[in-house]
Design a protein around this ligand. Structure first.
Ligand SMILES: [Cu+2]
Length: 253
């Protein structure tokens, strides 16, 4: 309700995250408003008055303590509700890994994103892979696994419309998943301060319909490009080789 009004929800689990935010906002916000109101109301109600002597109150008597206990019980109950809901959502998104239709590689470095798409054969690490910089192409209603790597320092792969955020850690390949539910072009951003160019590390995600995506894959596959203009092949294959060498160099460290 709150986040959704600011930014579209474009993944299968975006709604769960938004719902969690709404529940936390209500369960924390309402007690916050009530306690703030009482705090200021009592300050004014019991301020110094002429002819009324100050009373020394330790607050330990039952008639005072019961007001603390009565407030504690709902707050603790709300905490339990929040924890149970949060663990459930966390499990579904981060612990569970549903079967994928396709896998993409996401490589973060200072200060750009490299994306490796599986190409027409839908298999990564083959000659028809499509490598792009700062531009990820996916199809709506397909479940993707991403394999996230960092070549230098910590980065964070953040796709706000998916409500997806995942740290990228040098030396590790982190696998996660998403399933787009809406077509369009949206932001990808690095959400981990990764150096002076951190703010200059934006990318775009293009969510296409199945047919649009198939057309994009067919047009941009190095094999298709090769068939069209032999000169381009060398560039594309060079790009793939550079990226793969970088990954291998990195893995060998
Ligand atoms: Cu970064």
């Amino acid at each position: 309700m709150i986040i959704n009004s600011l930014i579209p929800a474009a993944s299968t689990y975006a709604g769960d995250i938004d719902q969690l935010f709404d529940v936390i906002m209500l369960l924390v916000g309402i007690p916050f408003l009530i306690s703030s109101y009482l705090f200021f109301a009592f300050i004014f109600k019991f301020k110094k008055k002429e002819g009324v002597p100050a009373m020394y109150i330790t607050g330990t008597e039952h008639k005072y303590m019961k007001w603390i206990h009565r407030a504690h019980i709902p707050i603790l109950t709300f905490d339990v509700i929040i924890v149970v809901m949060a663990v459930n959502v966390w499990y579904d998104i981060k612990q569970d890994l549903p079967e994928a239709n396709s896998t993409v590689k996401v490589i973060a470095q200072q200060w750009a994103w490299t994306f490796v798409h599986p190409g027409p054969d839908n298999v990564l690490d083959t000659a028809d892979d499509i490598v792009t910089i700062n531009e990820l192409h996916v199809s709506k209603d397909r479940l993707y696994h991403y394999k996230l790597e960092a070549l230098d320092v910590l980065h964070n792969f953040s796709v706000p419309v998916f409500r997806l955020k995942q740290d990228a850690i040098p030396g590790r390949v982190i696998t996660g998943w998403f399933e787009p539910t809406m077509t369009g072009e949206f932001d990808i951003q690095c959400a981990e301060i990764c150096g002076i160019g951190h703010g200059l590390m934006p990318a775009r995600i293009h969510i296409e319909s199945a047919s649009q995506h198939a057309a994009w894959v067919a047009e941009n596959s190095p094999l298709a490009v090769a068939a069209l203009s032999p000169g381009n092949t060398i560039n594309t294959i060079n790009t793939i080789n550079t990226v793969e060498t970088k990954i291998e160099e990195f893995a060998a460290r």
